[in-house]
Design a protein around this ligand. Structure first.
Ligand code: ADP
Ligand code: TRP
Length: 320
């Protein structure tokens, strides 16, 4: 089985990204072939500052490695090291009905938030489909907001296969229900664009303060509380073992347990998981040559697969 997913270098890694995409990819390394990539072409739809793009790419690469991506076992690469993806994107573009792309929410969402309504932003789901089909991916772990894009990728794989003969695997999304939408500090979906994120590798002091800012209702310490509607509990549940989860839920319901205490417990859990990764990340950041080697090796391995897929697809469509 081949797992593939990517993340745009357009902001700092947050808990939503980690639980929906990063963690499933890391777990898949134990049993599958993993392709993880940095979607820098995609990020160009919003980042048009060359120094920032370059820097963010390296930051995301450090994030992946610090969280446990093993670049010897998995193929870890920058999208822009596989420029062949644009040729495949064209093959898919000519099959992609305008109506299908017009129905994609993400274009409307992004333009309504002030992002330029460029052709690139509109065509983005086709490039994403090319990322996926290029590596003949079976499974694509993502958060729920990417579900529609996965449907586009599946549609285009089927359209290509119908038009030119069996060529591409039809990928399956892997969306974990319990983490499909991770809430942010304000209770809305955690997202860079809502300014409500908890960053995985933010400065420790700022991060602690963020936990203290999580919204709550105004119940006093003594009052019983409902764990299910509490963002604190929802976030705690992402980290905790089932026993710990039940224990916190009981404390909420019993009363005498304040939101401040719950926030502290959540922050401690966060630190116990991400503290060691933060240290690993700091060590990795001191060795830029290692990162260069990892990305060069990933580029070579990803390109070998892309070359093969593209030769097959060119043959199928009748080029040469
Ligand atoms: P953002 O919304 O912060 O811009 P991205 O669009 O870069 O995040 O998302 C990268 C990956 O993380 C995608 O697979 C996306 O579905 C997932 N993701 C982002 N935010 C959340 C969230 N709050 N809950 C679940 N998954 C999320
Ligand atoms: N569109 C994804 C996001 O914004 C990133 C991405 C690009 C991706 N290509 C992909 C994810 C292929 C999974 C598979 O988060």
């Amino acid at each position: 089985m081949r797992y593939l997913s990517g993340i745009q270098p357009s902001g700092k890694l947050h808990l939503g990204n980690y639980f929906a995409m990063m963690k499933p990819m890391l777990e898949a390394q134990e049993r599958a072939n993993v392709f993880a990539f940095i979607a820098d072409y995609h990020a160009m739809t919003t980042v048009q500052d060359p120094a920032l793009l370059r820097e963010s790419c390296r930051e995301v690469a450090l994030d992946f490695l610090a969280c446990g991506l093993d670049p010897t076992r998995s193929v870890f690469y920058r999208q822009s090291d596989v420029p062949e993806v644009h040729e495949l994107s064209w093959f898919l573009s000519v099959l992609a009905p305008m109506g299908l792309l017009e129905r994609c929410h993400s274009f409307k969402d992004k333009t309504s938030r002030g992002i330029a309504a460029s052709h690139g932003l509109f065509a983005y789901p086709v490039l994403m489909a090319a990322d996926i089909l290029m590596m003949q991916s079976d499974v694509v772990p993502v958060g729920r907001d990417q579900k529609q894009h996965l449907e586009v990728a599946r549609d285009l794989a089927i359209k290509f296969n119908n038009a030119f003969g069996e060529s591409f695997k039809v990928p399956e999304p892997a969306i974990r229900e319990e983490v499909a939408v991770v809430p942010g500090l304000d209770g809305q979906k955690m997202s860079k664009s809502y300014n409500n994120t908890i960053e995985i590798f933010g400065a420790p002091k700022e991060t602690r303060k963020k936990f203290m800012r999580i919204v709550t209702d105004s119940k006093t310490v003594e009052e019983p509380k409902d764990p299910e509607t509490s963002v604190i509990f929802q976030l705690y549940a992402l980290f905790a073992e089932s026993g710990e989860r039940a224990e916190m839920a009981n404390r909420f319901r019993a009363g005498g347990y304040g939101y401040g205490d719950a926030k502290k417990a959540l922050h401690e859990k966060f630190e116990s998981v991400f503290g060691p990764m933060r240290e690993k990340r700091e060590a990795l950041a001191r060795d830029p040559a290692y990162l260069d080697d990892v990305l060069a090796d990933g580029a070579r391995r990803a390109r070998a697969v892309a070359d093969e897929t593209l030769a097959m697809a060119r043959q199928a469509v009748g080029l040469h």
